[in-house]
Every structure is written in C-alpha cells, then in structure tokens.
Design a protein around this ligand. Sequence first.
Ligand code: NFE
Length: 469
Amino acid sequence: MRTVTIDPITRIEGHLRVEIQVEDGVIVGARCTGALYRGLEEILRGRHPLDAQRITTRICGVCPLAHSTAASLCLDDALGISPPRNGELLRDLIYGANFLHNHILHFYHLALPDYLPAGALPGALSPGTDEDRRFSTAEIERLAGHYLAALDVRRRAQELVALFGGKMPHDMAIVPGGVTNRPGPGDVAAFRFRLKEVVDFVRGTYIPDLLLLANRYQDYFDLGRVGRLLTFGCFPLEGDRLFPAGAVLDGGPEPLDPGEIREGLACSWYAGADLQPPWMEEARPDPDKATAYSWIKAPRYRGEACEVGPAARAAVALAHGPREFREIAGELLAEAEASPERLSSVMGRHLARGIEAMFIARAMEAWLSELDLSAPVAAAFTVPDEAQGRGLIDAPRGALGHWVEIADGKIARYQVIAPTTWNASPRDGAGKPGPIECALEGTKVTGDGLLEAGRIVRSFDPCLACAIQ
Ligand code: NFE
C-alpha cells in the first residue's frame, strides 16, 4: 500500500490537505484535512447583532454574497422581519451574479486545467496534465482561448455585483430587512447590458465547452460518487424559493428538516460535546486533540455525511423544482448522455453547475424586469435584547447555515456551517467518512492516483476560507 499526500491541493480556495492510500490500483483510504483555523465565530461573540452581516461577508472573497445573504436571513428571522418584494428581488439579483461568477471561475480557471496538457494555457505557471489527454489540438486551442475570454466575463459578473451591491468583494447592500440601495434607471440599464454579455457567454461558450468535456470524459459520470445529498434551496421570493430545499438519503428527495442537523467533533481539533445542534454548540479549539486530523468539523444530517452543492440542488429541483429548470436540465443531461442518478459524480457536478448557470441567468433577466424602482427596498426593524435566528440558504458550493443567539442586545453565540464544512468534513464518531473522502475511496486509479484524486476533489470546488470558522 502506498500513501500519497497532496498538500496543499492547488486551484481551490485555501489550504486543503488530501491524503490517499492506494493499493492494487484502488484508493482504499482517504483523509481530508482543513489546515487553518479562522475563529470568526469567536470574534462575533459579544458584538452588536448587526455586525454579523458586516463581519461574516468577510469570511470569503469568493462567495461573500452567500454570507451576506445567510447572515441577513438569520437576522431577519431573529428580528421578526421580512424584506419587501423589491428588496428580495435585489438580493437575488446581486446573489445570482455571484453564482454566475463562481461557476465560470470554477469551470475555466480551477477545474479545466485538470483535463488540458501542461503548457496549453497562457502564463509561466500554466497548469495541466500530460496524462489521459482526450482533446485534439484544435480543441485545446479553443479551450485555452476561452480560458482567457472567461477572465473578462468574470469581470463583468463582478461588475454586476458592484452595480447593485456597492462593491465586490464584501458587498454593502444586503442587510437585515432587505438592501441599502435603490438603483436608478441608469443602474438597471448598465446591469441589463452586462447581464446579457454574461448570459451570451454562458449559452454560447460555457455550455458547449462543458458538453465537449462531458462527452470526452463520460467515464467521470461514474467517478467520485457520493449519493447522499442535501440542499437548503436558494433565491427566496415571497415565501418560495427558486431552488427547493430537500435531502436525498435512501430513495427520492424528501423535505428538509433543519432540526436534524448536528456537528460532529470526533476527528476535529475542538473540545466540547459531540454531535450538538448548531444552535447549542459550545466547541472550543483544541489543537492537541489526539483523535483529530482536521480543523473542519463534521456536520451530519440525520446522522449522514451529505454532499452539498450543484448536484444536490439539481437532484431536488428535478423532482420538485420549476418546469423551466426541469426542461433545461433534461435537455443538457440528454446532450451529455447522462441521467439524474449520475449527478453526484465528477462530471455530474460540472454539468449541474452549467445547468443552473443557464437557469439562474434566465431567472435574473426576469427579476430585473420585475423591479419597481419607486417601491421600498427594506423593512424597518428594532434589535431585540433576546432572540434566536437562523438563515439557511444554498451558496454556489452548497448548503450554508448561519445561527445566532442574541442575549442582552449582543451576540451570545454565532454558528456557521458552510458548504465545504459538509463536503470536506473528516470522519465522525461512527467512523463515517466525509463526502470528499467517500468520493475518493474505492476509486480505480492509474499510477499513484494523483490525477483522479485531483479531478475528484476539485469537482466539489472546495473553499477552506468558508469551511472553518
Ligand atoms: Ni468561500 Fe462558500 C460558497 C460558502 S463554500 S466559497 O459557495 O459558504 O464553503
């Protein structure tokens, strides 16, 4: 048996160490280690409740809108308020732009180099692999050109966030009660113009490139599978969500029960009671804990390690989502010669991102037309001395939860469970591996397994800045 350590794994956000054991051409063991403690939950304790949104948006520069949104939903809940329709539309438009940015970033700049030869991409550090090459020279040139074009499109998507959100990263607009800014007609025209550029790129470039990859790497619909899925749903509008919440454990999607979420600490560098609900957790850093191997905790739903992210959203939305989603998904799954059961796989995750990028872009065009520039964008509120709240929403990488307890007008407890906390979690007290560990174990590999392990881990788009608080 050979042990291979990837430390750090590149082309993800933050410091993730992955260790695999390879025996007779199969990964027989895998461990994910989150190597950097952050401490944002500690920093929030004792502060004014409204600081939560301002501070948690700074958890991450890739998905800051996810934390703005989750913190605002959490405080909306604690304060007993809900935004007016215009405030919800603006929150969704800003957040939607962050989704589009993240998926284009992930496909072209983080994942695609895993399938291109070294030296194919511009730049002295051009990543790539000379193993398992399946593209022609003309296709490599096309993809390398789009790698560069995608940089410009990402800038456009960031400008969309800044137009309605004030700036990117760490927006100033999404706050408890709604948003701070009512755009004028010029802002809406500028947003529409840029959104069209991003939508044209998604439709005309990203989707064809994604289908090319999916068709050449059909076998990757069978690699890196997990199967147990969880989504909190996202894009709230008037009591509904564009993507429904749900879980897939044994059989078809079932409704989400947030009371079933627990955080395991058995293999994480924390002291405190194991498997507490997040609204009761009292974990303290314990870097000398002998049984631990990660700063990431181990969230579990009904005791199971669930994959979160685009595959989970697609699986639940295919069963219970809007007709337009099912149509786009049906079309792209057929073109990729894949089935819904294969979404929880390396190529399924890539495909699910493309499907939802198309769907979200179309929804954003409709939301923009629904904006009423004269209507209010925020609800008034007062901050109570005692309250509890939770904000559950899917981020681009999956289910994100914020929980707050307010006492004496201050934050007494704040908990964050981010998508990568779920996906890159270590084993729990029952010995069940986290989703990425599970996706790696049992994989047949060529050579030392680095190629397959890199492709599997990156298909989850891990973000360690989010995973550890
Ligand atoms: Ni830092 Fe994030 C998303 C969140 S992932 S990128 O998407 O929350 O853990």
